[in-house]
Design a protein around this ligand. Structure first.
Ligand SMILES: Nc1ncnc2c1ncn2[C@@H]1O[C@H](COP(=O)(O)OP(=O)(O)O)[C@@H](O)[C@H]1O
Ligand SMILES: [Mg+2]
Length: 238
C-alpha cells in the first residue's frame, strides 16, 4: 500500500486543487508512482488543468456501478510521467465514503495516492486513512476560511492520519494593509504550526492555463510547494 495525501478545506476556492495537483506532479517528478484522485464532482478541475478533459470519459462511478475496469478509468498524464489521473463523476454526486473500497484499490496501485477532496469533506470513509497518511487542511489567511478550517479540525479529532495545516495565498502587502492575517496569527488562532505557507503568486493561474501544475511556476510559490513535497516524501511532517 502506498501513502495517501488527502487535501481538504472548510471553504471553497482556497487552493485545494492547485495544491493536490502540485503534490501529485512533484511526487511523480521525484520518481514516485502517483495517482491523483479528483473527488470534487461538479467542481472537478484537475482534468481541465492537465488538458485531459476530452479524454477522461470514464470515472470512478463507472468502475463502481458499470463494471468498467479500474485501469480503464486511469488516465496517464503525458506532461508528468509516473502520474495517472482518476476522477469521480462530474454529473452524479457520490459520497466520497461510497468510493472507499475503490480508494483502497487505487492506493494499492501506487506509491502515493493524492486525493483532491470536495469542500467541507475531510474523510475518505472509515478505515481508509492510516497512521503515516496525511490530511492537508488548506486555509486562506482570512476570518471565514479560518473559522471553516477550525470546524474541519474538530471533525478530524481521533483520526489516525496526521492533519497538517497549509496556509495559501499569503501576502505580506495585505498583512501590512491589515486585510489579511500573518502566518503566525493563523497558527495561533488554529493552535497549529503550518506545514507550509504558500504566497500569493500570479504565475500559478498563468501556468495552470498552460496545462502545468503550480509546482512548476516561476514565482514565489515554487519554494513553498517544492518544500512541502520534500517534507511529505520524507514522511517528516509530523
Ligand atoms: N497561491 C496562489 N496564488 C495565486 N492564485 C492562486 C493561488 N492558489 C490558488 N490560486 C488560484 O485560485 C483559484 C482557486 O484555486 P483552486 O485550487 O481551484 O481552489 P479549490 O480547489 O480549493 O476550490 C485557481 O484559479 C487557482 O489558480
Ligand atoms: Mg478544487
Amino acid at each position: 500500500m502506498g501513502k495517501i495525501w488527502a487535501v481538504c478545506s472548510g471553504s471553497g476556492g482556497v487552493g485545494k486543487s492547485m495544491i493536490a495537483l502540485s503534490l501529485a506532479a512533484g511526487a511523480a517528478k521525484a520518481g514516485r508512482k502517483v495517482i491523483l484522485l479528483d473527488t470534487s464532482g461538479a467542481a472537478r478541475c484537475c482534468d481541465l488543468i492537465l488538458r485531459l478533459e476530452s479524454i477522461v470519459t470514464l470515472d470512478m462511478l463507472d468502475v463502481l456501478r458499470n463494471q468498467v475496469s479500474m485501469e480503464s478509468a486511469l488516465y496517464a498524464v503525458p506532461q508528468y510521467p509516473g502520474l495517472h489521473l482518476a476522477c469521480a463523476s462530474l454529473y452524479d454526486d457520490v459520497a466520497v465514503s461510497e468510493l472507499s473500497g475503490m480508494t483502497l484499490s487505487l492506493n494499492a496501485l501506487c506509491d502515493v495516492l493524492v486525493v483532491d477532496l470536495p469542500t467541507g469533506q475531510a474523510s475518505l470513509g472509515r478505515g481508509v486513512m492510516r497512521a503515516g497518511d496525511e490530511r492537508l487542511l488548506v486555509t486562506r489567511p482570512d476570518d471565514a476560511s479560518i473559522r471553516a478550517a477550525e470546524r474541519m479540525m474538530m471533525c478530524c479529532t481521533g483520526e489516525p492520519a496526521a492533519l497538517s495545516l497549509v496556509i495559501n495565498r499569503a501576502s505580506a502587502e495585505r498583512v501590512r494593509k491589515k486585510t489579511q492575517y500573518a502566518q503566525s496569527t493563523v497558527e495561533n488562532l488554529l493552535d497549529r504550526a503550518a506545514l507550509a505557507c504558500i504566497p500569493e503568486d500570479p504565475s500559478i493561474p498563468a501556468g495552470e492555463m498552460r496545462g502545468r501544475a503550480a509546482i512548476e511556476c516561476d514565482g514565489p510559490a515554487w519554494t513553498a510547494l517544492s518544500g512541502m513535497v520534500k517534507t511529505l516524501l520524507a514522511g517528516a511532517s509530523t
